[in-house]
Write a new protein. Structure first.
Length: 358
């Protein structure tokens, strides 16, 4: 409600919530004509979004999750892109707003160095694969042409993003349209969320497999679709094998050195492996530095979490992707699920100013 954008309509969908959502909205905003509350039985996120879409009067609709906070200028920055009639959707810049422990700090680092950096690159190529559900703007008439938010995937934002580009419209990324979202703060809830993300990605890859390597779809088919398959699926399958091979190499070299001392044949191999791994880590850190240089006002001390992210956090990501692949092969159905929310989101830049103020 503090948005700098004036022509604003806010629709809150209570999708069969068990908490006090309806009561709070009704008691605090019932007198404000800009706010409308819609109550419905639980039908999942895509169903709730479609319900709001039916009631929205604007030409542009912006979706955000209940655990997400916008800056006052976020909506205005998202909307400005629709002056170009070729733009069908705009991806905002989602940041982790509850950096309260190692788990959430690793996710904050991942959002900056992986998701947002990748989105910048794909935007430059004209083939953004995901407009995040936490901060995304859409041209309403185009969503209606696609049939609304799809109910047959658990990654409705990714599905709609690809569908819009298949129709020939552009999807852009605005790094200055910032939103802070509440990330899972425990390994268990993180694994549940990432499993849904991975399963939804597999669903979208299969659903839109017709675009793969098809020149008529441009960079979407020649770069984006293969990139998702290679780096988010195949890489997750091969990475644990690479990690295991590295551990076996180290263990074998140490045992050989223990028994044969300086005559060890594996010592040179271990030395070469160490050099390659050091180069790999330097490249990883270099990519992180580039990503942080592009993010205005970010806390550089997060870069140190890269080591923690490399050992443990990424292995968890590989595990949930492999689990999602096995579930898909078995034909299991996966729902949106429910994650515990604790309302711990803060504006990171505002928080930094408070820390440095007298």
């Amino acid at each position: 409600m503090a948005s700098t954008y004036s022509n604003l309509e806010v629709i809150v969908v209570d999708d069969g919530s068990w908490d006090g959502t309806s009561k709070i909205v009704a008691s605090r905003f019932s007198s404000d004509p800009r706010v409308r509350l819609v109550r419905s039985s639980n039908q999942g996120k895509a169903g709730a979004l479609n319900l709001a879409l039916e009631r929205a009067r604007g030409a542009v609709v912006i979706a955000l999750d209940a655990d997400t906070q916008f800056r006052p200028d976020t909506i205005a920055k998202l909307v400005r892109w629709f002056a170009d009639e070729r733009v069908g959707a705009v991806a905002g810049n989602a940041k982790v707003g509850n950096r309260v422990n190692v788990v959430t700090r690793c996710q904050a680092l991942e959002y900056i160095t992986a998701q947002n950096l990748e989105r910048r690159a794909l935007a430059a190529l004209g083939c953004v694969t995901v407009v995040p559900g936490a901060v995304g703007a859409w041209r309403k008439e185009i969503i209606e042409q696609t049939g609304g938010f799809a109910l047959d995937t658990v990654a409705e934002d990714q599905d709609l993003t690809i569908a819009i580009q298949k129709m020939g419209y552009k999807v852009v990324f605005d790094p200055d349209a910032i939103a802070y979202t509440e990330a899972p703060d425990s390994i268990r809830t993180l694994a549940r969320q990432r499993f849904r993300w991975a399963f939804g990605t597999l669903q979208c890859l299969w659903k839109h497999r017709a675009v793969a390597l098809r020149p008529r779809y441009g960079a979407l088919g020649l770069i984006a679709w293969p990139q998702v398959l290679i780096f988010q699926v195949l890489f997750s399958i091969l990475s644990p094998l690479i990690d295991l091979a590295l551990l076996c190499q180290i263990a074998g070299a140490l045992l050989d050195y223990f028994y044969h001392g300086d005559q060890s044949a594996d010592s040179n191999y271990l030395y070469i492996t160490a050099i390659y791994y050091a180069v790999f880590m330097l490249a990883d850190i270099g990519g992180a530095v580039v990503a942080f240089a592009m993010e205005k006002g970010e806390k550089w001390k997060l870069v140190w979490c890269l080591v923690l992210q490399r050992y443990g956090y990424r292995q968890l990501s590989y595990y949930v992707v492999i689990r999602a692949i096995l579930s898909a092969c078995r034909g299991l159905l996966v729902g949106w699920g429910k994650l515990d929310r604790k309302a711990t989101v803060v504006d990171v830049d505002m928080d930094a100013e408070m820390e440095t103020s007298p």
